[in-house]
Ligand binder design. Sequence first.
Ligand code: NAP
Length: 483
Amino acid sequence: MVSRTIPTDPFDLVLFGATGDLARRKILPSLYRRFVAGQMPEDARVIGAARSELSDDDFRDLVRGALDEFVSDAKKDAGTIDAFVAQCSYIAIDAKGEGGWKELKKSVRDEVVKAFYFSVAPSIFGALAEKLRSHGIACDNSRLVVEKPFGTDLETAKKLNADLAASFHEDQIYRIDHFLGKETVQNLMAVRFSNVLFEPLWNERFIDHVQITVAETVGVGGRGSYYDTSGAMRDMVQNHLMQLLCLTAMEPPAAFDPDRLRDEKLKVIRALDPVPPSDVVRGQYKAGPEPSYVEDAENPDSKTESYIALKIGISNWRWKHTPFYLRTGKRMTERMSEIVVQFKETPHSIFERDEGSTANRLTIRLQPDEGMDLSVTIKEPGPGGMRLVNVPLDMTFAEALGPDGEEMPDAYERLIMDVIRGNQTLFMRGDEVEAAWAWTDPIIRAWEERGDTPKQYAQGSSGPEEALALMLRDGRRWRDLED
Ligand code: NAP
C-alpha cells in the first residue's frame, strides 16, 4: 500500500481500556489506518492495558478481531495487519491495584514520545494518573489523553481537573472531543479565516441566525442505564454542540496555536446568556417500531431527555441580536450533523419575488457527506422571465479533495496523531470545560427543580412539536432533516 504521509516521531502509546468498546471500535482501527498511511513509524509501539489477564498473543488476536470488524476491506491486507499487530503488546494492570506497573515501567522507553490514553471510566482517571506518576512511568514530557465525559457538572469537572493536575501539567493533558477532529470542523476555521469573503459578513448585521443540529437515528438501547444518568444536554450539548457553537462564533485568533484558539472559544462560552425555561424544549422518544426511551433506559419514571432544542443568545458585539438554535436527539428521522449559517435577506430587492426566501445560507455538513454548500440566488435558466431560484454552490469534500476517492480519515486518526505531535489545538482545555459546565449547570438545575417532564416525540420524526414552535415564534424554521 502506498504511503503518502510523513511518519511521526517514534512513540510508545499505552492504551488503558484496551479491551473495551471504544478501543476496539475507534482507537485501534484508527492507529491501524495511520499505520497503513505510513504515519506510524516502524519502531512505534502500542501497549494495551486493562485488568483482563491476556497474553501478548491474546491481545494481538483481539486487535485483529477489531480490525476485521471495523476497518474497511480496502484497507485490509494480511501482511500489513501482521506488521501492525507485531507492534502491539499487552500488560494486565488494575488502576487500583499494584500489579503490572513495574512491568509497564520497564516496557515504556524514555527516549521516545510517551502517550497514555485513558479509554476507561472517568472514575479511575485520577488513580491511573497518580500511579503513572508515583511509579515514575510518566514524566514531564509525557502526554495524557482522556475521553469524555469530562464530569457531569461543574463540581465533578473541577474534581477531575484537580485529580489530573496533581500528576500532570495542563500542557500534557489532551481532552478528546472527537467532533473537533472532523475534517469539516477544521474546515470551518479554514473557510472563516482564510477567505476574505465570509469574515466581513460574519456578524449580527448580516447573519439572521445559526442552527446547529446533531440528529441520530439510533436510540439509547444497550447503554440506556448509563444514558439515563446523563441525557442529551450533558451527553451532547455541553461538549460537542458547544464546541461547534464556539468555532462558529469565536473571534479570529491571532494565530492558529492551541492557547490562542482556546482563549477565543473560552470568551464565547463566557459570553453565553443564561437560557430561560421558555427557550429550552426537552423530548423523549415514544414507542414506535423500536422500544420507547423509558423502555431502553429501563426506567419507567425517567425524566431524562433523549432530545433537546435550545435558543441561545451571545452577549457580545458580534452576535448580540443573532440567536443560535441548537438541537440534538436520538431516534430521529435522519442521521445528520450540520451547522447552518442563515444570512439575512438583501435590504431591497429589485426583482419580483416568488414565495420563499432568497437569503444566502452556508451549510456546513459534518455527516453524512462531509462538506459545505452555500446557497446563492440566481436567475432560473430559460426564457420564463426574471424568476429567481436558490442553487447550492456545493463542495463535498470526499469528491473535491479525497485523493483517488480515498475514504476521509476518521476524527480519531487526526486526534491521536496530534497527541503524538504534541499539538493541543483540537483538544479542550480545563478552563474551557469548566466554563461550559458553569453555563450548563443552571439550565439543568432549573428543570430538575421544577420537575420538568420531557415532551414525547415519535420515532423517525424531527423531535417534539414544541421544538418547531421554538423557532416559528421567532418567524424562523429548522431546516428539514431530510433536505
Ligand atoms: P468499556 O467497553 O466498558 O471499556 C472499559 C475498559 O476499561 C475495559 O478495557 C476494561 O477492561 C477497562 N477497565 C475497567 N476497570 C479498570 C480498572 N480498574 N483498571 C484498568 N482497566 C480497567 O468502555 P468504553 O465504551 O470503551 O469507554 C471507555 C471510555 O471512553 C469511557 O470513559 C467512555 O465514557 C468513553 N467513551 C466511549 C465511547 C464509546 O463509543 N464506547 C464514546 C465516547 C467516549 P477490563 O475489564 O479488562 O479491566
